[in-house]
Design a protein around this ligand. Structure first.
Ligand SMILES: C[S@@+](CC[C@H](N)C(=O)[O-])C[C@H]1O[C@@H](n2cnc3c(N)ncnc32)[C@H](O)[C@@H]1O
Length: 287
């Protein structure tokens, strides 16, 4: 699929913005956000929100509350709605943010405007999320969990583009075995997460390798691009080398940096750059 950068992104001076972002990042309310976004992705979420200035921003995957805080920081005048079925994870509540525990797809989105922005950081099936966005009228979308074919716990845009499917080995087993595994998985999931049964439909599912999902993606998106890593650690987050077959990746924003700067940046360059998972922006075409 052809990668197209939108005009607004090409016009940005990312290196200058990165300096501005570092002061914002210093004041983040949650200092340890492991399991959530770290600087390498937060930067691009902040840049996108600040540039597009949408009236409405959706944050799907509240977790401790950091991403919703960041969106408010970028766009103080926007309405922000943050979704997570797991209310117990949230550590902060910010004024002007609406926290919801239903799924994005269960909310009443009547009357939304074309400029609205959605951030999906909820590890759900990206293909389903795109269908839901198209149905509700959302055009501008960031997918945080954009895992490459060999990695990750959800069907990502990168997997759709590679036609790889997702965990398709489950589909090759006979259905009796599959149903048994599913039953065990569901009972553990319910026991530990205590989610209401209506959430079952949002759990991860296996997808056969296929070309049609890519076809629909190409037909329905007019922009798709992956934000480059801020700085490339020597290996990917899984400790593998950055080979082009498994991990096709743009050149990083910062290519030359002294060891001294890396070490003095606390975690910004040293550790957090390893959390990069090809965060991307997609825009749904006007129909
Ligand atoms: C990676 S964390 C989100 C991190 C957060 N955006 C941040 O940067 O701080 C993923 C979250 O998605 C939540 N989640 C799981 N299913 C979800 C759903 N259907 N809708 C919204 N959130 C969901 C999980 O409970 C978890 O808190």
């Amino acid at each position: 699929m052809e990668i197209k950068f939108p005009k607004w992104f090409e016009e940005l001076n990312l290196v200058n913005l990165l300096e501005e972002f570092r002061t914002i990042y210093e004041k983040r309310p949650i200092k340890n956000n492991n399991g959530g976004m770290l600087s390498t992705h937060m930067f691009y979420v902040w840049v996108t929100a600040k540039t597009l200035k949408p009236k409405l921003i959706v944050d799907s995957g509240t977790y401790k509350g950091q991403s919703a805080w960041l969106l408010k920081e970028a766009c103080p005048n926007s309405k922000i709605i943050s979704f997570d079925p797991q209310k117990k994870f949230r550590e902060i509540s910010c004024e002007g943010i609406f926290y919801e525990s239903c799924d994005f797809s269960q909310y009443d989105w009547s009357g939304i405007t074309n400029d609205s922005l959605v951030l999906f950081d909820d590890h759900q099936n990206a293909y389903n999320r795109l269908q839901q966005c198209k149905w509700f009228g959302f055009k501008n979308i960031i997918f945080e969990d954009n895992y490459p074919i060999t990695q990750g716990d959800c069907y990502s845009i990168k997997k759709i583009i590679s036609c790889s499917g997702f965990r398709s080995e489950f589909l090759q087993e006979n259905s009796k075995f599959r149903n048994y595994i599913k039953k065990i998985f569901n009972s553990f999931y319910k026991k530990f997460t205590k989610l209401p049964s209506q959430m079952e439909q949002f759990q991860e599912i296996a997808v056969k390798p296929n070309k049609q999902d890519k076809f629909f993606l190409e037909n329905n998106l007019d922009i798709y691009f992956e934000f480059p890593p801020i700085y490339k650690a020597p290996t990917t987050r899984w400790g593998d080398p950055w080979d082009e077959e498994n991990y096709p990746t743009l050149n990083p924003l910062i290519e030359e940096i002294s060891d001294e700067e890396v070490n003095s940046s606390n975690d910004f360059y040293k550790n957090e750059c390893k959390s990069y998972t090809w965060i991307c922006f997609a825009r749904i075409k006007n129909s």
